[in-house]
Structures are given as structure tokens and as C-alpha cells.
Design a protein around this ligand. Structure first.
Ligand code: KIV
Length: 290
């Protein structure tokens, strides 16, 4: 089946984001962590693919993003790279990969680009990451920043809550966004922030905002693919709109297959292989000495 959107053939590079913002053209970003979903997402016409550390929640079952390693992101990025040809490929820097010194952070980011095929990296944090963002950009590594609810800070924040709800907190977020832009980030994820705050940041910045749980005014919307297609467990946050029930589709397929096996309906003759005509099964049986 061909999914490719003929009206979106050209490869997306970082500068395309600014061009889209200038034209008020909305872009879309989804996560992918493997070859088949990368192909489907890319061929559907999604502009940016994020190999997110949300893989800790949705494919590894860790319960949060803290345990995700550089090796896990690297392996997933390689697979996604093989499946995606048009979308801009962004790899997440997992917790611990940029927290113990800028040189180590640069080495990890280079690994994701050089061996994984990432075209940019994403990291979490505000003013505390400004120097690191400058350094990465100096080393030719495009950086997508991420502020608001930063899931790698879940223990410090005490849960997954909307950020920037007071005037002071909102001002701090807006300042952080501006500082990250000045440091050279090419885009900035705004996760779980009030839509009014996201609107101000989107208006104030020349770089693109990438909203998740941040209202409609962001330049780009991002979702975790597994949330969008209903391939997760448990209650979803209010910003998730589920467009399919893939868990249900899979369960239904498995149930019908099990029923067919148990009732002798699978495999049918056409789904198995017979001996060639010149080999007689009865003779074969008779020739066996035990
Ligand atoms: O890891 C991830 O998937 C993310 C997005 C939700 C922005 O950080």
C-alpha cells in the first residue's frame, strides 16, 4: 500500500521549520522507535520524527523515562533512520547523557548523529541548559529544546503537572524560551503549559514551538504515536486524542487466530506445503524402519 503524500515530497531539513513558521504553516511531529512505525509515519507525511525517550513508557514498560539509555535511543534511531526518508529525524538525549559535563554530552549527541543518523537532538531544561545548547550548536549539532513539564525531572517536580500556572512561573518559562532561542536552539518543545503561555512564547520567538498539551497556537504539534493510535495501557492525559484502537485490533486478531488453531481451522491446506508429486507419502511412511 502506498502512503506517500504526493504533495509533500521534499526532505525536511532544519531551516524548513523557520520557513513554515514565517508562512504560518503548521507542521506535525510524531514519535517512532522502530522501522515499521517509522515507515508508516514518514510515508503518511509527518514532517518530524522524534525518537523520544517516551520509549521508556510505551515500549520498554519502565513506567517513566529515567532508565532509558543512550544505547536504547541509538538502536531505535538506527532503525527509524532506515524507515524514514522525508521527515526530519530528531533523537532524544536520555536522562544522564548530558548531565555530567558538556564534553560527554557532545560525545553522546555526536554518537546519535554519526552512528544513529539523527539530524538533530532534543534535550530537556531551561536556563540551566543554555551553555550546553550553545556548545552543541557550535559543534554543528542542531538542538530542539524542551521546557514546561520535563519528564526527566519527574522526581524533582513530584509528578506530571501543568507548569507555568502562576505569573512568576509563566514569566520564567517565557524567559527560558527566549534564552534557549538566543543560545541557538532551532525549536522548543512546550509540554503541559497553559495555552496562553504557549501562545505568548510562540509569538515572541522566531524559532518554532512544538506543543504537547500546550494548546493550538504552537507552530508544530507533537504526540506520542502509541497514544494517538491507542497502543498504550492506562488512563491518557487530557491532551491525547486517540484516533484508533490498535490494542483492540491486535487482541481481536490474536483471539481469532487462537480460535482457528484450537478448532483446526488454521492452517488450511493452502497455508501449508505438500510433498512434490513424485514423492509418495505412503511409500515414505513404509520406508521408515521404526
Ligand atoms: O519523549 C518524547 O516522546 C517527548 C515528546 C512527548 C515531546 O519528549
Amino acid at each position: 500500500m502506498a502512503y506517500l503524500k504526493p504533495d509533500k515530497p521534499e526532505k525536511v531539513y532544519v531551516p524548513a521549520l523557520r520557513a513554515a513558521k514565517e508562512k504560518s504553516e503548521k507542521l506535525v511531529c510524531l514519535t517512532a522507535y522502530d522501522y515499521p512505525t517509522a515507515r508508516i509515519v514518514d510515508e503518511a507525511g509527518v514532517d518530524i520524527i522524534l525518537v523520544g525517550d517516551s520509549m521508556g513508557n510505551v515500549i520498554h514498560g519502565y513506567g517513566n523515562t529515567i532508565p532509558v539509555s543512550v544505547e536504547e535511543i541509538l538502536s531505535a534511531t538506527k532503525a527509524v533512520k532506515r524507515g524514514a526518508s522525508r521527515a526530519l529525524l530528531v533523537a532524544d538525549m536520555p536522562y544522564g547523557s548530558y548531565h555530567t559535563g558538556d564534553n560527554k554530552a557532545v560525545r553522546n549527541a555526536l554518537k546519535l548523529m554519526k552512528y544513529g543518523g539523527a539530524e538533530a537532538v532534543k534535550l530537556e531544561g531551561g536556563r540551566n541548559r543554555v551553555d550546553l545548547v550553545k556548545r552543541l550548536v557550535d559543534e554543528e549539532i542542531p538542538v530542539m529544546a524542551h521546557i514546561g513539564l520535563t519528564p526527566q525531572s519527574v522526581h524533582k517536580l513530584g509528578g506530571y503537572r501543568v507548569q507555568g500556572k502562576t505569573t512568576d512561573d509563566a514569566k520564567r518559562l517565557i524567559e527560558d524560551a527566549k534564552r534557549l532561542e538566543d543560545a541557538g536552539a532551532f525549536a522548543i518543545v512546550l509540554e503541559l503549559v497553559p495555552r496562553e503561555v504557549a501562545a505568548i512564547i510562540t509569538e515572541e520567538l522566531t524559532i518554532s514551538t512544538v506543543g504537547i498539551g500546550a494548546g493550538t497556537n504552537c507552530d508544530i504539534q507533537v504526540l506520542v504515536l502509541h497514544d494517538l493510535i491507542g497502543f498504550t495501557f492506562g488512563r491518557q492525559p487530557r491532551f491525547v486524542r486517540q484516533y484508533a484502537n490498535i490494542s483492540g485490533v491486535i487482541t481481536d486478531a490474536i483471539t481469532r487466530w487462537m480460535d482457528d488453531v484450537r478448532s483446526g481451522n488454521y492452517p488450511a491446506e493452502a497455508e501449508s506445503y505438500g510433498l512434490p508429486e513424485d514423492v509418495d507419502a505412503e511409500e515414505l511412511k513404509a520406508s521408515i524402519p521404526f
